[in-house]
Design a protein. Structure first.
Length: 320
């Protein structure tokens, strides 16, 4: 692990040793404080965690976010070495294992899956784990939609505006990507065209066969004993009521956090669990919404109507 010479509070770029290659990383805050390790999803970079890592650092923790191999500023596999899930798991074990104390892992999508596998293989690697919108099984249709989008532009984009248009069409209702945000996920080639920042080999060598690992990932989740928190936000193509229920069966000690403050931005799709249970609906039918969340095993509910929730819980738990 290579650190810069000065580790004063702030944000510091650094290179980490992975399993046979180097990974680009950013340390936020005091790099000697207890660590929270951030792992991003497929097609993202460590920059996806910048805002969250900054807030964690303000609380006195060391927030360490890194680019997975083949992504962002991290090394790519050489041409004769195909990408495989075990390489990413090994990288995570090396990064976490070289920290002075086991970190809390905060991981989205791909990062969360590799986190489960790493903890199952090396119990005690993490002090606790926070999984963001990912479960050991996922919705196949949602995965196909994601793969369809990321594979749809093999020649890249002629301009950042063209890329922003494509992303806006894929994610209708979301804020349009700024030029600064696009420069974090795209790289301009010598021909002037903009390509995704990740190695294009990753789609065929890693992502397309992910479904065959679901049994292994389920076994890993069953083996994990550290504290687990699953965050569900309602805009996921991958996570549904069924996949959440399956995960809670595998890891009954896990806690589930659902944000019910806002509805999903409608796109004609069936509503997911957290998009279905909103504050607006809860005020009309608290038993169906808040009661339904409790039935699903939710142990934390974020709401803008705390007094109404308290009244419902008091009534629901009062013997009749």
């Amino acid at each position: 692990m290579v650190f810069p010479p000065t580790l004063a509070p702030g944000s510091h770029e650094l290179r980490l040793s992975g399993a046979g290659l180097e990974l680009a990383a950013t340390c936020h805050g005091d790099c000697h404080a207890p660590a929270v390790l951030f792992a991003h999803g497929f097609g993202q970079t460590r920059r996806a965690w910048s805002a969250s890592a900054g807030r964690v650092a303000q609380r006195g923790y060391r927030a360490l976010a890194y680019d997975a191999r083949g992504h962002g500023g991290s090394d790519r596999n050489p041409p004769d070495l195909a990408y495989a899930a075990q390489q990413f798991i090994d990288d995570l074990i090396v990064v976490a294992g070289e920290l002075p104390q086991p970190p809390v892992l905060v991981a989205a999508s791909m990062g969360g899956l590799f986190g489960l596998a790493a903890e199952a293989r090396w119990p005690g690697l993490f002090r606790a784990m926070v999984l963001v919108d990912i479960t050991p099984r996922w919705e196949a249709a949602g995965m196909q939609r994601i793969l369809g989008f990321i594979s749809a532009f093999p020649e890249g984009f002629a301009s950042l505006d063209e890329a922003a248009d494509a992303i806006a069409a894929y994610l209708p209702g979301r804020a349009r990507k700024s030029e600064a945000a696009l420069r974090e996920v795209l790289r301009q080639g010598a021909d002037g065209r903009w390509q995704w920042h990740w190695d294009r080999r990753l789609v065929d060598e890693l992502a397309r066969d992910g479904e065959r690992h679901q049994d292994e990932l389920s076994a890993a989740a069953r083996a994990v004993r550290c504290p687990l928190l699953l965050l569900s936000g309602g805009r996921s193509d991958l996570v549904s009521d069924a996949t959440i229920g399956h995960f809670l069966e595998l890891a009954p000690h896990a806690r589930l956090f659902v944000n019910t403050m806002t509805n999903d931005i409608a796109s004609g799709k069936p509503m997911r669990l957290s998009a279905h249970y909103t504050d607006q609906r809860a005020l009309r039918d608290p038993a169906a919404v808040w009661g339904g969340l409790r039935k699903h095993g939710v142990s934390m509910i974020q709401t803008d109507e705390p007094l109404a929730l308290q009244r419902y819980l008091h009534g629901a738990d009062t013997p009749r």
